[in-house]
Design a protein around this ligand. Structure first.
Ligand SMILES: Nc1ncnc2c1ncn2[C@@H]1O[C@H](COP(=O)(O)OP(=O)(O)O)[C@@H](O)[C@H]1O
Ligand SMILES: [Mg+2]
Length: 259
């Protein structure tokens, strides 16, 4: 069976600068990945490539079994859900939470078609599943940041994506909201019909046991890939961050401290 993601020999140059080089990454069905790297390491650039927003200078990209150049990217993007903290501000000021969720079906910002009763039912179910049933019928603008992220995850799930990308989804959340969001994400990942999750972060403690594999990105290239328990260790991360760090696994989460 083909991989969910297959990046082979990727490089990307912009303005005489090599932003990505030698990126090789395969994600198989049934795996969920954490993508870890410092600010500016190239994480979002890799995701932009997976979504077909940018084209590699060298190498080939295959997503969900389709090689780029042979498929309609708009069609492919319907199978990919994307949530980032920067998506929050793109929603319209007057939107109701239900409509923000339903807009995921059309991958649009705002809603231009009249939702059906079935759309509302699905949206409400997704919101309840994510622990934000109390927000049904409310204004998106009055939601807290954590609630907005949950609404945006429900929005991404509205299209039943096969790949769900969470790019620094917990940015700016207080620890209570962050824990609530992480537990919703774990719950999604544990479902038998779950989409493949890519969870991008620069905080190791957000890497929970549901992320079977981890990709370490440094200065535009892959530092290490593999099973999370093997990749996320004190020794490997000290080398990765170029500074001594200590990782202790507690409750299946990788807590980092600086000795
Ligand atoms: N469109 C672009 N043109 C030029 N440089 C870019 C572009 N997009 C990203 N970069 C650069 O690529 C590097 C990696 O950025 P990014 O992938 O956003 O990092 P991360 O998501 O890991 O924080 C940064 O140095 C950034 O300035
Ligand atoms: Mg980024």
């Amino acid at each position: 069976m083909s991989n969910v993601i297959d990046l082979k020999g990727i490089s990307w140059r912009r303005d005489e600068k090599t932003i990505l080089r030698d990126v090789n990454w395969q994600v198989a069905k049934g795996q969920h990945w954490a993508v870890l790297g410092l600010n500016g390491s190239g994480k979002t650039t890799i995701l932009n490539m997976i979504n077909g927003y940018i084209w590699p200078t060298t190498g080939t990209v295959s997503v969900l079994g389709h090689e780029f150049g042979t498929i309609d990217l708009r069609e492919l993007r319907r199978s990919i859900g994307w949530v980032s903290s920067s998506l929050q501000e793109k929603m319209h000021y007057n939107d109701l939470t239900d409509n923000v969720v339903i807009s995921g079906k059309y991958a649009s910002i705002g809603l231009y078609e009249k939702p059906t009763a079935q759309d509302y039912e699905q949206a409400h179910q997704l919101m309840r599943d994510l622990g934000c049933g109390h927000l049904i019928g409310g204004y998106y603008r009055t939601c807290s940041q954590g609630e907005k992220q949950k609404i945006l995850i429900a929005r991404a799930l509205m299209a039943s994506p096969r790949l769900l990308i969470l790019d620094e989804a917990c940015n700016g959340l207080d620890f209570i909201s962050r824990e609530a969001l992480l537990s919703s994400i774990s719950e999604i990942a544990s479902r038998p019909d779950a989409p493949t999750l890519l969870y991008v972060t620069h905080h190791t403690e957000e890497i929970s046991h549901v992320f079977t594999h981890t990709l370490l990105v440094r200065r535009g290239t892959i530092f290490s890939v593999g099973e999370t328990k093997e990749v996320v260790t004190s020794e490997a991360l000290s080398e990765f961050f170029e500074t001594p760090v200590h990782i202790s696994w507690q409750k299946e989460r990788a807590w980092l401290s600086v000795p």
